[in-house]
Structures are given as structure tokens and as C-alpha cells.
Design a protein around this ligand. Structure first.
Ligand code: SDX
Length: 438
């Protein structure tokens, strides 16, 4: 393979060994990040596919929404650094930014905020869906089912090729996911559902529906709602991660957005992805006390133990996950403001991080804390049960999923996703009747 730059155009030439076949393919450059080789003519020219299980080196789409520089530990939402947005913005403004591409004017922000606020209620018949679940069902199973069921209420008037109907679907999903998530929690408790309130911010409303009861007034805690808002901002979007790629693949078939977001929820649930925040708390509980950390680290390094340091490592970040840094700072702030002096889990997490970051096994593999390592400790301090951690991730990531879905549907070049494979199964052979089999 060789590359060249003729004029402004960069190209790369592939020559197939043992044949006189070669092809010269265009190299495309984005605003930031690595160039990409456009391989759309590779098979027609050379009769070969590329092979990249897990898509570690493959760009599946063009996007203008989020950019990550994994080596520099940079995360940008529409070009704005996550550190600035976490400090100066709020979730609804970030939602507008991800959906629309730029920071809103005051009037645009107010209109967007109202658009979300006035879609937070769900159809009253949707309440009955919850009754079909066991009270001890995992809330991710519940929200996955209920979000998919939204299609039963809106699918008949949802033309994804109609911009106005796409916009309403996005508002419905962003607005209703906190209500559905909070009701999944209330259902598990056997407590009455709390209806959303139009006088509260997105984060305040979510905490209200999670924690309020009809029998007494609810007092919003500004420390907790500010922390919740920041956690939602940090989790809002993250390029073409597994769940976002699931949403895009489902959307590429023309499936309705409710079905696509339900698919994203299902993918996020996995412990290698959004389920890691819940897994971190379980891991810290299993370690039990700091003196057990060296033995745990030994197990992680022993391949036969099949033990991972949950909340560590990332496909893209080979340096600190910037969200983990902000989450760690927020953790200290929230615990301090809540008057929680010594949180054993935080002490344990910090000791685990210190030991791991001084151990060559992790350094050589560029394993650093990711967004999930500290988030669970804050959420636990905020009174959120472990089973709801990934649900909260899904509430935040719904904004990213609908933004990416909308970008995909509106991309004139998009086509149904259909990866190829390398086949290593049996060559063609004839059927053997049962009577002739041993
Ligand atoms: C999220 O993609 C995104 O953007 C996701 C996300 C988002 O916002 O959408 O950032 C959210 O999912 C964060 C990641 C949360 N998951 C975890 O914390 C679970 C623990 N992490 C690992 O499962 C793992 O690090 C992954 C899944 C996150 C990344 O896996 P990769 O990129 O496929 O890396 P790998 O498995 O090829 O690991 C390379 C090496 C291997 O060792 P060797 O075979 O080379 O000897 O590092 C080891 C792995 O065994 N390794 C770990 C490890 N993660 C990788 N060893 C111990 N503990 C870990 N956590």
C-alpha cells in the first residue's frame, strides 16, 4: 500500500499481492482527527473486503456532533470543550447544542426548553405497561420495554421523512425518558408515580419524580440538582459508541425513533458499556476494604481470573477520560457539600486508582479511569440506588442518541447499514438423510 497527495487530493493505492490488480482510493480529511480512507470502491476494484471486528479502526459515518481525541483526552460537543459546558452550561442548553449544532439565543433556548417541558407527560394508558413487570425487574428492562412501546402510541402518525414529525419525536423522547425512568424506580418501590412538573428544570424534575411522594411537600436540593445536571451533561453524547451505533444501525432501516432508542437502551445495558457504573459499585463492594486491593489487582492481571477493573479502560481514550476528571471533582464537591466526611467507597476508589495508575499492567495498556469510575459514588451519595445508575446514563444519552439519529436520517447519503464478513464455516456440501447418519 502506498499513499500520495496529488494537488489537494490525498490518495492511497492498494496492490493485491500475486495479482496485477491495484486500486487508488481517496483519503478524506475532517475538521479534526485522523484522515479516513474511502474504501467504497475497494471490493469492486480488488474483490476484497476490509476486516475490523469491533470497528476499532473503522469510521462508520460522517458526523458533526461530537469529537474525541483519545490521546489528548479531549471531548468536544459541536466544538465546545466538555469542561466549559460542564462548568458554564446546563443540560437543556447542551441538548439544544447537540440537536441544532450551535449555542441557542435566549429566545431559542426558551422555546426549546418549553418544547421539552410540554412533552414530559406520557399517555395515561402507558402507566399500565408498568403493571406487566415484576416489582423486582431491573429498571433497564422496564425502560427498554416502555420506550419501545411509545411506538404503539405515536407510530401511526410518525413519518420520519417529515422534518416536523422528526422534531416532535425528538422532543417526546428527550422529555419523556426522565418520566419513564423515574416511574420505573417508583414502580420497583411500590410507590405512586409522581407526575412531571412544568415549574422545575430538567434535572430538578427528574429528582422530583424519583424522590417526591404525594403525602408531603418536596424540597429541591440545589446541590443535588446541580450535580445531576452536570452528570447528565457529561453523559449526553460520545461519538459512535456501541449504543449510538446501535441506534444508527436500527435507524438506517427506517425504523421509528422509539424503536431505535429502545435498541440503544438495550445496548447501553451491557457491563462493558453503560452498565459499568453499576458494576463499579459491585466491584468496590466485593473488594470490601483497601487491604484487599493488591489481591484484587493480582486477579485482574491473571487472565484466568477473567476479572476486569470496572470503570477503567476505553476503546478511544488512551489517556484520562476528561469526563472522569470532572466526575471526580464533582464527587468531592457533592460529598463535601452534603457533609459526607469519610465515604469508604470514595477512599477505596481513589486508592484503587492510585495503585492501578502506578502499575505497569495498566500503564502499558493505557488503562485510565473512564466516565463510569466515579459516577456511581456520586449517585450513591445522592441516594440513587445502584440499579438506577445505567438508567440515568440512558436518560442523559437519549439526547445524544436522538441527535445522532436525526443527523443520520437527514444525511442524503445515508443507506441501510449492512456489514460484510469473512466466512470460515463449512464449504458447500450435500444434505445427508437421517437414515444415513451415524
Ligand atoms: C463506556 O465507547 C464509548 O465511548 C463508551 C462510553 C460512552 O460514553 O458511550 O465512554 C461509555 O462504555 C465507558 C467504558 C465502560 N466500561 C468499563 O469500564 C468496563 C471495563 N472496561 C473494559 O471492558 C474495556 O476497557 C472496554 C470495553 C471499555 C474497552 O475495551 P477494548 O477497547 O476492546 O480494549 P481491550 O478489551 O482490547 O483491552 C486491551 C487490553 C486487554 O489486555 P491484553 O489482552 O492486551 O492483555 O487491556 C485489557 C484487556 O484485557 N483491559 C483491561 C480492562 N480494559 C481493558 N484489563 C483490566 N481491566 C479493564 N477494565
Amino acid at each position: 500500500m502506498s499513499s500520495s497527495t496529488t494537488g489537494a487530493k490525498k490518495t492511497v493505492t492498494f496492490t493485491l499481492d500475486g495479482s496485477n490488480r491495484s486500486t487508488t482510493l481517496p483519503v478524506l480529511s475532517g475538521t479534526l482527527g485522523p484522515d479516513v480512507v474511502d474504501i467504497r470502491k475497494l471490493y469492486s476494484d480488488l474483490g476484497v473486503f476490509t476486516y475490523d471486528p469491533g470497528y476499532g479502526e473503522t469510521a462508520s459515518t460522517e458526523s458533526r456532533i461530537t469529537f474525541i481525541d483519545g490521546d489528548a483526552g479531549v471531548l468536544l460537543y459541536r466544538g465546545f470543550p466538555i469542561e466549559q459546558l460542564a462548568e458554564q452550561s446546563d443540560f437543556i442548553e447542551v441538548a439544544y447544542l447537540l440537536m441544532e449544532g450551535d449555542l441557542p439565543s435566549p429566545a431559542q433556548l426558551e422555546q426549546f426548553r418549553r418544547g421539552v417541558t410540554y412533552h414530559t407527560m406520557v399517555h395515561e394508558q402507558l402507566r399500565r405497561f408498568f403493571d406487566g413487570f415484576r416489582r423486582d425487574a431491573h429498571p433497564m428492562a422496564v425502560i427498554c420495554g416502555v420506550v419501545g412501546a411509545l411506538a404503539a402510541f405515536y407510530h401511526d402518525n410518525l413519518d420520519i421523512n417529515d422534518a416536523r414529525q422528526r422534531e416532535i419525536a425528538c422532543f417526546r423522547l428527550i422529555a419523556k425518558i426522565p418520566t419513564i425512568a423515574a416511574w420505573a424506580y417508583k414502580y420497583s418501590l411500590g410507590q405512586p408515580f409522581m407526575y412531571p412538573r412544568n415549574d422545575l428544570s430538567y434535572a430538578e424534575n427528574f429528582l422530583y419524580m424519583l424522590n417526591a411522594v404525594p403525602t408531603e411537600p418536596y424540597v429541591n436540593n440545589p446541590i443535588l440538582s446541580r450535580a445531576m445536571d452536570r452528570i447528565l451533561v457529561l453523559h449526553a453524547d460520545h461519538e459512535q459508541n456501541a449504543s449510538t451505533s446501535t441506534v444508527r444501525l436500527a435507524g438506517s432501516t427506517g425504523a421509528n425513533p422509539f424503536a431505535c432508542i429502545a435498541a440503544g437502551i438495550a445496548a447501553l445495558w451491557g457491563p462493558a458499556h453503560g452498565g459499568a457504573n453499576e458494576a463499579v459499585l459491585k466491584m468496590l463492594a466485593e473488594i470490601g476494604k483497601p487491604e484487599n486491593i493488591p489481591e484484587f489487582i493480582r486477579q485482574v492481571k491473571d487472565k484466568n481470573a477473567h476479572t476486569k477493573l470496572m470503570g477503567f479502560g476505553h476503546r478511544v481514550y488512551k489517556n484520562f477520560d476528561p469526563r472522569a476528571k470532572i466526575m471526580k471533582e464533582t464527587c468531592h464537591e457533592v460529598l463535601g457539600e452534603l457533609g459526607i466526611k469519610d465515604e469508604p467507597l470514595l477512599d477505596m476508589a481513589m486508592e484503587l486508582e492510585r495503585i492501578a495508575l502506578s502499575d505497569d499492567y495498566f500503564i502499558s495498556r493505557k488503562l485510565y479511569p473512564n466516565v463510569d469510575f466515579y459516577s456511581g459514588i456520586i449517585l450513591k451519595a445522592m441516594g440513587i440506588p445502584t440499579s438506577m445508575f445505567t438508567v440515568l446514563f440512558a436518560v442523559a444519552r437519549t439526547v445524544g442518541w436522538v441527535s445522532q439519529w436525526k443527523e443520520m436520517v437527514e444525511d442524503p447519503s445515508q443507506r441501510i447499514g449492512r456489514p460484510r464478513q469473512i466466512y470460515t464455516g463449512a464449504a458447500q456440501r450435500d444434505y445427508v438423510p437421517l437414515s444415513r447418519r451415524g
